[in-house]
Design a protein around this ligand. Structure first.
Ligand SMILES: Cc1ncc(C[n+]2csc(CCOP(=O)(O)OP(=O)(O)O)c2C)c(N)n1
Ligand SMILES: [Mg+2]
Length: 372
């Protein structure tokens, strides 16, 4: 076999050999002391609005603490806190239209509460009672998704339905940095891009997937840029900056509603253990944790309000008291809920129960386990 090698004597023009170039915009409005780094969007001057969002962030803090206390005393199953990530879900729940559909992971407590899910419903769920996922006020939102990244292709299905029906609704799928390493995520991006679906993906990059740090998860410089390969718009946002998150999510929803699928990488930090079944001190550096604690979102937005003369210690104390009462009322409703019947576990598995399970149903009913 002969091989002819033609020597290229002219130097290649690098510009002609570039298949693609990209920039990832990155947004932040407030520094960690709540001071403006850039002209703020108009809604930031509506202090009633910002106070309402702050109230939710603080309510979620109270709820989280109480849920962990319930778990520690054997009154709740495993619980996933969202400590340090409150701005993302709060902004999302505020920006979405009521008729949009949320497909949450297990750390979207603020978004779910903003959407109208009741705290006692969330407690029921974390207590192992599936009735908690039959949201009274937002039955069209999806249950909390524990399998990692499966809500991304689900959102593609929901958005496809919206497109086929000609509805002006957006499917919003929220998941973690770890989820963005999974095949489900890439497959979802691919279809969202080619079908031009009304879908928004939010990667909550809290820097950890249980004990695996962000740097060990992906060689990509940003997680946002993964969307480019699928033909989606994308950006990075400081996930601890409520103003930035609220403004960028509204913009992304508008893109998605117009058939331009979008992805936001919200950069934040998981200040808590992965769940109540974890002890992050075994794998995480204390210095890193403290560095990120100084950047957390709740104090940042409180300082913003204080500097504008729109918040003081008296209001803070009153809010904490009323939030604690609200959480306690939800806990009481949860604890007073009668247990589900033993048959409930058969209810939503099959349209027609197979014969092999039928006798188990009969047995459960006859023994009257937990019928209530
Ligand atoms: C399909 C699947 N694989 C593995 C797990 C076990 N698991 C639970 S949480 C988790 C890490 C997820 O990390 P990330 O996506 O960053 O979300 P975060 O917990 O940080 O919010 C894993 C691997 C799972 N729940 N589902
Ligand atoms: Mg993570």
């Amino acid at each position: 076999m002969t091989c002819n090698i033609t020597e290229n004597k002219t130097a290649p023009d690098p510009a002609r050999h570039v298949a693609a170039r990209f920039d990832i915009p990155s947004y932040r409005y407030l520094d960690s002391d709540g001071r403006a780094l850039a002209p703020l969007p108009a809604f930031a001057g509506d202090y009633d609005h910002i106070r309402k969002l702050y109230r939710m962030m603080l309510l979620v803090r109270s709820f989280d603490q109480r849920a962990i206390a319930l778990q520690r005393t054997g009154q709740l199953g495993t619980y996933a806190s969202c400590l340090g990530q409150e701005a993302i879900g709060t902004a999302l729940g505020d920006a979405m239209a009521a008729e949009d559909v949320l497909l949450p992971s297990y750390r979207e407590t603020p978004a779910l509460l903003m959407r109208g899910v009741a705290m006692h419903e969330l407690l029921l769920y974390w207590g192992g009672d599936e009735r908690g996922m039959a949201y009274g006020k937002v039955p069209h939102d999806f249950p909390i998704c524990i399998p990692i990244a499966t809500q991304a292709p689900h959102a593609v299905g929901v958005a496809s339905a919206f497109k086929l029906r000609g509805e002006q609704r957006v499917a919003v799928s929220v998941f973690g940095d770890g989820a963005s390493s999974k095949g489900d995520f890439y497959e979802a991006l691919n279809l969202a891009g080619i079908w031009r679906l009304p879908v928004l993906f939010i990667i909550v990059n809290n820097q950890w997937a249980i004990s695996v740090p962000r740097d060990a998860q992906s060689g990509a410089e940003t997680l946002a840029q993964k969307a480019i390969a699928g033909g989606l718009g994308c950006e990075q946002v400081d996930g601890n900056d409520l103003i930035a998150m609220r403004e960028r999510i509204a913009s992304a929803l508008a893109h998605a509603r117009a058939g331009e699928p979008w992805l936001i990488e919200a950069k934040t930090y998981r200040l808590c253990d992965h769940t109540t079944a974890d002890d992050a001190s075994r794998y995480r550096d204390k210095v890193e944790l403290e560095r990120h604690r100084a950047l957390e979102p709740v104090v940042r937005i409180r300082r913003y309000l204080e500097q504008a003369g729109q918040w003081d210690q008296r209001q803070e104390d009153e809010l904490k008291t009323s939030n604690d009462t609200e959480v306690e009322n939800a806990v009481n409703t949860y604890l007073a809920a009668p247990p589900p019947s033993a048959q409930a576990m058969f209810d939503h598995l099959y349209a027609v129960l197979p014969e092999s399970l039928h006798w188990q149903l009969v047995q459960a009913t006859e023994q009257g386990h937990g019928c209530g």
